[in-house]
Write a protein that binds this ligand. Structure first.
Ligand SMILES: [Zn+2]
Length: 85
C-alpha cells in the first residue's frame, strides 16, 4: 500500500486552508492511521510556520532565503516523487 503519495500534494493546500471539508476529513482520517504522513505533515507545517515567524520578527534576509531554499527543495522533491509513482 503506497497511498501516501496521494496525500502529500494535498498537505500544502491543507495548511493554506484550500481544501474542501470532505478532502480535509479524508486527510485527517489518514493522518490518524498513518504515522508516516502525520510526521511529514508536522515537519512541513513547522517549516512554514518557522518562515512566517521569522518574517514577522524581521530576521536577516539571508536566513529567510536559506529557509525558502530548503522549502523549495522539499517541494521539488515532492514533485519528483509524485511523478515517479
Ligand atoms: Zn500515509
Amino acid at each position: 500500500m503506497s497511498c501516501c503519495e496521494e496525500y502529500i500534494p494535498l498537505m500544502s493546500d491543507y495548511i493554506e486552508g484550500d481544501l474542501t471539508p470532505e478532502e480535509k476529513k479524508v486527510i485527517d482520517e489518514h493522518f490518524h492511521d498513518c504515522e508516516k504522513c502525520r510526521n511529514f505533515f508536522y515537519s512541513f507545517k513547522n517549516s512554514i510556520q518557522l518562515i512566517e515567524y521569522l518574517e514577522i520578527n524581521s530576521c536577516p534576509q539571508e536566513v529567510t532565503d536559506r529557509l525558502n531554499k530548503i522549502l523549495a527543495e522539499k517541494r521539488k522533491d515532492k514533485q519528483t516523487k509524485t511523478k515517479l509513482s
